[in-house]
Design a protein around this ligand. Structure first.
Ligand code: NAD
Length: 259
């Protein structure tokens, strides 16, 4: 591990009072949820075109049965515990090192790890909502998972339920809040995202072009590496975050690593 980069990241975070973290699917792979673009991700195994065609709002409306056949087979999240990264970020918020998280993830793991200020722009896969706008009754994932019928229907009005996740063709949730949080930050630290999914990738690009510090911690390349003040290519974000947190806790007394 490159200790100098870790010290640099800790120093950037320690100097600023307004640090925002942006997370993608890569922060949850260590918890046991595969990302889409990684080696075992469904973009690789099934093809991106097929996935994006089915996980689309028009497809859902036209053929909910085919949508749910696919969704139940490939998208239902396993019940897992938050990873080391999720837990460290929750601790960092409590200690005041970060102000909040904008996440593209739908797994609810930041919230379950104890992070309080989380903006989940792609929704929450643990919730389902009735598509009848006059009803909008909500259900938890356990209810849908235990149902015998493929297409879940609302017990109150009989309409189809939709996972509370943003499908292709739908606007993200909390657009303005997420954009303001990112653009008003002094430092943005991205963890486990390829920064290819818009509009969040666009907000991060806009932020970096103001000249403020963008830190990227990711396995492999991202689309914004050229804009980053610090880019760290990692195998596992959790181990690196733990070192950064230790370094911040030591507050540079004699150097984080005792050099
Ligand atoms: P993405 O664009 O956020 O890419 C994930 C990135 O994380 C990849 O570059 C990968 O190399 C990196 N990565 C994987 N494991 C890592 C680790 N241990 N440490 C550091 N980096 C790691 O995400 P995607 O997979 O292209 O998914 C696109 C969208 O699909 C997401 O924005 C999200 O809405 C949804 N999705 C959510 C989940 C979830 O909620 N856990 C999982 C899959 C997909």
């Amino acid at each position: 591990m490159d200790v100098k980069i870790i010290e640099t990241i800790a120093e950037i975070l320690a100097k600023s009072k307004n640090n925002i973290v942006v997370t993608g699917a890569g922060i949850s792979t260590e918890a046991g949820i595969p990302d889409f673009r990684g080696e075992n991700g469904i973009y690789r195994t099934l093809g991106e075109d097929r996935v994006t065609k089915i996980l689309n709002i028009d497809f859902f409306k036209k053929d909910p049965r085919a949508f749910y056949d696919f969704y139940r087979k490939y998208l239902l999240l396993p019940f897992v515990e938050p990873s080391l990264s999720h837990r460290i970020l929750a601790d960092m918020e409590k200690e005041g090192y970060i102000k909040g998280i904008v996440t593209q993830n739908i797994d609810n793991l930041h919230q379950r790890a104890g992070s309080r200020r989380v903006i989940a722009v792609h929704g929450n896969a643990e919730r389902y909502i009735c598509t009848n706008p006059h009803c909008s009754k909500t259900y938890d994932a356990e209810y849908i998972n235990n149902l015998n019928d493929v297409v879940p229907l609302c017990t109150a009005c009989g309409n189809v339920l939709k996972p509370d996740v943003v499908l292709f063709g739908e606007p993200i949730q909390n657009y303005t809040y997420a954009r303001d949080m990112i653009l008003s930050a002094n430092v943005v630290m991205v963890i486990g995202s390829s920064l290819t999914v818009y509009p969040i990738a666009g907000f991060v690009g806009e932020f970096a072009r103001t000249g403020k510090d963008l830190i990227i911690i990711n396995r492999g390349k991202t689309n914004m590496d050229h804009l980053a003040s610090v880019k760290m290519d990692v195998k596992q974000a959790g181990i690196v975050l733990k070192e950064i947190y230790n370094c911040l806790s030591l507050k540079f007394k004699g150097g984080c690593f005792g050099e």
